[in-house]
Design a protein around this ligand. Structure first.
Ligand code: ZN
Length: 135
């Protein structure tokens, strides 16, 4: 009887923990890694063509990105790719310039962004809006 009570308590604990999860950690990591790869391809493109592509689709080249599925956040709706603003970068954006980001926040309210030089951050909406103000 005591073992049953312990088992029931453990079960309740496990259920409570899983209900508190707001976003799947594996999908979070996937999004983070994908945006990092997008940043690498954008850097390679910039080095080769001396400027960022006019659209994110520009990284799809035989010698660059061959798997454009990395431009789609695992949390996003079908057909919604990362938002891109490298075309606003001008001649020489600083390291704190956000090149691409989650077009819509993840279920936990955060977004991943990738800066010049491939740095990826996870930001809440307040910090995200501030990050977009940096030129
Ligand atoms: Zn994402």
């Amino acid at each position: 009887m005591k073992n049953l009570r312990v088992a029931a308590l453990i079960l309740v604990g496990v259920c409570t923990l899983s209900c508190q999860k707001t976003a799947d950690p594996a999908l979070e990591k996937q999004c983070h890694d994908q945006l990092g790869r997008v940043g690498i391809y954008l850097s390679l493109y910039e080095a080769k063509y001396h400027g960022y592509p006019t659209a994110l689709a520009g990284i799809e080249k035989p010698d660059l990105c061959s798997d454009m599925s990395i431009c789609h956040c695992p949390f996003a709706l079908a057909g919604e790719n990362y938002a891109y603003r490298g075309n606003e970068a001008g001649a020489g954006p600083g390291d704190d310039f956000v090149l691409a980001y989650d077009a819509t926040p993840h279920p936990d309210g955060f977004r991943h962004v990738v800066y010049v030089k491939n740095r990826v951050n996870k930001l809440n909406e307040t910090d995200f809006k501030k990050a977009l103000e940096v030129k």
